[in-house]
Design a protein around this ligand. Structure first.
Ligand SMILES: C=CC1=C(C)c2cc3[nH]c(cc4nc(cc5[nH]c(cc1n2)c(C)c5CCC(=O)O)C(CCC(=O)O)=C4C)c(C)c3C=C
Ligand SMILES: [Fe+2]
Ligand SMILES: [Fe+2]
Length: 346
């Protein structure tokens, strides 16, 4: 049988914590029109303004969480790749990054050079967003077409409420839930509201009222990042046996002055402390690997903020990383993708 590769795609990190490397990474990332969705001249202007101060601040933040082997996101993604290889018997498991190294272009060219004609492309994001999922898929397709590669790609769909993913989240949280806690905050990466509105196929569903995400179905749900985050949360809470008052959802990592989806994590940390929450658990289900946004934004700055507001303990639940149930889950989901692709091809 012909070999079929499994290609994991994650976001990528700077090459080092040097300010120049962080600037190069941020420039590539933020100049992506799927991330800052403004016309080129405006995007260039805005990114140039951001790059005046952000690289030094981010370099400092990266330095506080960097591991001897490199960026946590890169190291953990590499370990996930290695853990998956024994479960993927159809061919090699490879890893590429949307920004930085190993680049999608080099990895795709290498697969084609080795005569591999099929690959499951697995963007490592549970929830759909143009700034993550679409940009990774589009870039891969462009590379295949530009180089005329004889490589067929089948795509792993967002898996925000797939049982294997939810079960893995519950398994990762169980030891922390069992220790007792006052509240669990599910903190997801945020998104400018504009990105949601642009993707609302009904033109009038998203952000209409506080409850619109709970009613999202079909095409609206398929493209609403916020609704998908709520589906993950309710599915997780149901499986973990949590009562509604024990948990809540918030969105972190804002950049710039535009309005991002609410509620905001930083506001929520103050609110929870004011409400008397002393022991707070925080999970970050939009990230499958720990990274600057979990380890620094929540684990360092979020903890400082919560304690300053009167909380006593903020415990960050690690991301799925290389947990056995997650490795198994991802193998199952990618296998399903491959089977569905083969079924449609016949
Ligand atoms: C307009 C800006 C951004 C959008 C939109 C955005 C969406 C988005 N990002 C992730 C996942 C990750 N983002 C990470 C870092 C990061 N994100 C932004 C900006 C936007 N993200 C910046 C500027 C950075 C760099 C760090 C910093 O300077 O703050 C990371 C971690 C990378 C690492 O090396 O550790 C991840 C992962 C998602 C899922 C998402 C859409 C929902
Ligand atoms: Fe981001
Ligand atoms: Fe929505």
């Amino acid at each position: 049988m012909a070999e079929q590769a499994l290609l994991l795609v994650n976001l990528g990190s700077p090459a080092s914590t040097e300010v120049a490397d962080v600037r190069r990474y941020l420039n590539q990332f933020l100049m992506d029109p799927y991330v800052i969705d403004l016309p080129w001249p405006l995007r260039r202007l805005l990114v140039t303004l951001i790059l005046a101060r952000r690289p030094a601040e981010s370099a400092h933040a990266y330095a506080s969480i960097w591991w001897p082997e490199g960026s946590p996101l890169s190291v953990l993604s590499r370990r996930l790749q290695e853990a998956l290889q024994p479960l993927w018997v159809d061919g090699p498991v490879e890893l590429a990054m949307r920004y930085g190294d190993p680049s999608l272009e080099n990895v795709l060219l290498d697969l084609a050079r080795r005569g591999i004609g099929q690959a499951v492309l697995a963007p490592l994001y549970p929830h759909f967003a143009d700034s993550t999922t679409t940009t990774a898929i589009q870039q891969a397709r462009q590379i295949v077409s530009r180089h005329g590669l004889a490589l067929q790609l089948s795509i792993l769909e967002p898996f925000y409420e797939q049982p294997p993913y939810l079960d893995a989240l519950v398994a990762s949280a169980q030891p922390y839930l069992q220790q007792g806690f006052d509240h669990l905050l599910l903190s997801y990466h945020g998104l400018p509201e504009r990105h949601l509105r642009k993707r609302d196929p009904s033109g009038g569903h998203c952000l209409q009222d506080t409850d619109c995400c709970a009613r999202a179905e079909g095409e609206v749900l398929a493209q609403c990042y916020r609704a998908q985050c709520y589906r993950t949360s309710t599915g997780f809470a149901r499986r973990a046996g949590l009562r509604p008052e024990q948990w809540s959802v918030a969105f972190q990592s804002r950049l710039g002055r535009a309005k991002w989806i609410e509620p905001y994590t930083d506001a929520r940390l103050d609110e929870l402390a004011r409400q008397g929450v002393k022991k707070l658990l925080v999970m970050c289900p939009s990230f499958v690997a720990d990274c600057i946004e979990t380890l620094e934004e929540i684990g360092i700055r979020g903890r400082e903020q919560f304690l300053a507001a009167g909380g006593e303990e903020l415990i960050l639940v690690p991301c799925l990383n290389t947990q056995e149930s997650w490795v198994q889950a991802l193998a199952i989901l990618c296998r399903q993708t491959s089977r569905e692709f083969a079924r449609q091809a016949t």
